[in-house]
Structures are given as structure tokens and as C-alpha cells.
Design a protein around this ligand. Structure first.
Ligand code: NAP
Ligand code: F7E
Length: 328
């Protein structure tokens, strides 16, 4: 039976990945930060099979201790400061966690797994935000990076150091350059879930409007449940490598709004959306679209949930959440 250690277990992808690995018979360890993380209790309730370990990407000793304890075959580094807008206000924290945290984890793996023939496989959660002001469309594994936020800059460091440790020390270290992926477990700060939650409440008559920023931004949105499968596939290859994971189709925030409001029977949503300049970013990523043909060819990966299905899934989930609150 294989063992996996997941950082970022309390986040969206941590949950999906834990579910996937458990279904494959893995023993799953999840790293939780903080002395009394309120999200840990929810993980204990929802996923009783996960063994939680205390640790922080800012503390290399805690990472070494966690690896020593779990003795994992595979480490999935999903932990990070992930909200791009927030990364502008706490740039140093972001660089330390999202960037240097990757280096610390790689060093911890080297410390515990040994310098040669290290058996521990490492997955780094790289991001399409590294492409930022895109140099070509669609973006591939070879597209140059031009990050537009402290988050994007930190992810570029994490990506490069992963490649460097693979090349320098022969570690099985791979990096998934994942484009935006969403679902019912997405944090409420991200635009898709912010919209699905607000639309559900508007549909039920619980609120009138939602305040948003740049409605013209375009993203290549997929379903998180599909994307964690690609993470696992990357870790099962003969040789570690890097892969773009994307649907290949880009949609605007406006299009997301169209489909989300249609789900609650509202065709003209203009009076329900307020433009809030405070949601605009100092530098924006206007449009992203990925070319995942390498992942299709070499991993056999393809997305199963399309954009309309994703929006429907999220709004229906939030309608159920809000209706359940009402009936209490
Ligand atoms: P998420 O929901 O925001 O979860 C982030 C996780 O990181 C949380 O569990 C958080 O724990 C943990 N974390 C934050 N600071 C930490 C620290 N100092 N030490 C240890 N853990 C820490 O993010 P996600 O959407 O699941 O994304 C997973 C990973 O994929 C992230 O690295 C993200 O940058 C990357 N990524 C995501 C997407 C996407 O579209 N979702 C696309 C490309 C790449 P607490 O909050 O409980 O403290
Ligand atoms: O913004 C625009 C916003 O915050 C998407 C993270 O998982 O994916 C995510 O980063 C777009 C941006 O995601 C609001 O300006 C408009 O253009 O949902 P988001 P993101 O910035 O693309 C990448 C791949 C990651 O790696 C990140 O970790 O939507 N937008 N109005 C808004 N965005 C937010 N959050 N809130 C608004 O009100």
C-alpha cells in the first residue's frame, strides 16, 4: 500500500486529491498548519481516513519531521498562499510560503530520503499565473514566464527550483502547470465560487447583488476533480517531467455570470452585479488558455467536465447549501 503526504490538505485540491488517493488504496497523510487550525476539524469530520500531521511550509524542521513520520512514497506540495489579490498586500509572506516553501520541502525530502536513489517522489503545484502577460497563445510547457503578481513570481521560483532539484540531484520531482480549476470546494474568495454562492443567494431572495472587479478577464476554467487525476498520473511515470493541465478553452467572467444566473432563471443579471474598483488588481492577467496536448499524449489525461457543467455543478451545490441553512 502506497503512502502519500499532502500539504494544503484543508484546501480545495487537497480534499479532491485525498479522495482520489484513498480510492486507490493509499494511506493519506495531510499537513495542517497552525496551533489550532479551524479547518482541521472539518477535514477530520469529512475524511476520517486522513492522518493529520502538524507542519508549516515556513518551517523546514516541521517538514522534515512530517516526512520522517509519514515515510511517504509521494509528496504532493499543494500548500501555498493562493489568492492572487491577497499576494499583493502580503508579498513577503507569499514569497516565503508559495516560493521558498517549495525549496524547504525539497530540502526536507533530501534530508530524510537520502542524497542518492531518493525514493520519495515530489509533485509541485505550479500555476498558469506564471505565464501572466502571455508571450504566446495557447500556453505550453515551453512558453516563457511573465508573472504579474507576487503570487505568480513565487510560483515561478517554486517551479524553477523543482526543475533544478530534479536536474541536480536526480530527484523524482515533477511540476503540474495547472490552469484555473474550480468546484464546490473552491474558496469563497475566488471569482467562480464568489459568483456561484451569490447567485444561489440571489435566486433564493437572500441578497440583491454581488460586487465584482474585472468582468472581462478570461480564464481556462476546468473542474478540480479532473485536475487532481493529472497530478497523480504525473507521479506514476518512469521519468519525472512537467505538464500543462488545461481544457484549452477560455471564458470571461461575464460568461460565467451568464450561465450562473441562467441556472436560477435570471437572464439579465445587470442589476444584480455591482462593479467594485477595489477588486481590481495592480496588474491583471487578461486572458489565459492552455495547451494540454503533452498531458493527453504522454499521460492519457483529458478533462471530463466542461464549462457549462462546471457552472451548473457549482450553482446547484450552493443552492443546496443555502437551502439547507434556511430549513434549519
Ligand atoms: P487553496 O484552497 O487556497 O488551499 C491552500 C492550502 O495551503 C490550504 O490548505 C492552506 O492551509 C495551505 N497553506 C497556506 N499556507 C501554508 C503554510 N505556510 N504551510 C502549509 N500549508 C499552508 O488552494 P487550492 O486551490 O487547493 O490549490 C492547491 C495548490 O495548487 C496551491 O499551491 C495553488 O497555488 C495551486 N494552484 C491552484 C490552482 C487552482 O485553480 N485552484 C491552479 C494552479 C495552481 P490553511 O488555510 O488551512 O492554513
Ligand atoms: O480571479 C477576476 C480577477 O481570484 C480570476 C488561483 O487559484 O487561479 C486562481 O487565480 C479572474 C481575475 O483566480 C473578481 O481579476 C473579477 O482576472 O478567481 P480568481 P486567479 O487570480 O485566476 C490560478 C491558476 C492560481 O494559481 C491561483 O492560486 O477574475 N475577478 N472580479 C475577480 N476575482 C476575484 N477573486 N474576485 C472578484 O470579485
Amino acid at each position: 500500500m502506497k503512502k502519500a503526504l499532502i500539504t494544503g490538505i484543508t484546501g480545495q485540491d487537497g480534499r479532491h486529491l485525498a479522495e482520489l488517493l484513498h480510492s486507490k488504496g493509499y494511506t493519506v497523510f495531510g499537513m495542517v498548519k497552525g496551533q489550532n487550525n479551524p479547518r482541521a476539524e472539518q477535514i477530520r469530520t469529512d475524511f476520517p481516513y486522513i492522518e493529520l500531521i502538524s507542519g508549516d511550509l515556513a518551517d523546514v524542521l516541521s517538514l522534515g519531521t512530517a516526512i520522517e513520520f509519514a515515510q511517504p512514497d509521494e509528496v504532493y506540495n499543494l500548500g501555498a498562499v493562493t489568492y492572487v489579490a491577497f499576494s499583493f498586500s502580503q508579498a513577503e509572506l507569499t514569497a516565503n510560503t508559495t516560493g521558498l516553501g517549495v525549496l524547504r520541502m525539497l530540502e526536507a525530502i533530501r534530508m530524510v530520503g537520502g542524497q542518492q536513489n531518493n525514493p520519495i517522489r515530489f509533485y509541485q503545484a505550479s500555476s498558469s499565473e506564471m505565464f501572466g502577460m502571455v508571450r504566446e497563445t495557447p500556453q505550453t510547457e515551453l512558453t516563457p514566464f511573465h508573472p504579474r503578481s507576487p503570487y505568480g513570481c513565487a510560483k515561478v521560483f517554486g517551479h524553477n527550483v523543482t526543475v533544478n532539484y530534479r536536474e541536480s540531484y536526480g530527484l523524482y520531482a515533477c511540476s503540474g502547470i495547472l490552469f484555473n480549476h474550480e468546484g464546490p470546494w473552491r474558496g469563497l474568495e475566488f471569482v467562480t465560487r464568489k459568483i456561484s454562492s451569490a447567485v444561489a443567494r440571489i435566486g433564493l431572495g437572500l441578497q440583491d447583488s454581488v460586487a465584482l472587479g474585472n468582468l472581462d478577464a478570461k480564464r481556462d476554467w476546468g473542474f478540480a476533480g479532473d485536475y487532481v487525476k493529472a497530478m497523480w498520473m504525473m507521479m506514476q511515470q518512469d521519468q519525472a517531467d512537467d505538464f500543462v493541465v488545461a481544457t484549452g478553452i477560455s471564458h470571461s467572467v461575464r460568461e460565467f455570470l451568464d450561465l450562473a444566473f441562467a441556472e436560477v432563471g435570471i437572464d439579465d443579471w445587470s442589476r444584480h452585479v455591482v462593479l467594485d474598483p477595489s477588486m481590481l488588481r495592480p496588474a491583471e492577467v487578461d486572458v489565459l488558455v492552455g495547451d494540454a496536448s503533452k498531458a493527453a499524449r504522454e499521460l492519457g489525461w483529458k478533462p471530463e467536465v466542461d464549462f457549462p457543467q462546471l457552472v451548473k455543478m457549482m450553482v446547484r451545490h450552493d443552492l443546496a447549501v443555502e437551502s439547507a441553512k434556511l430549513s434549519k
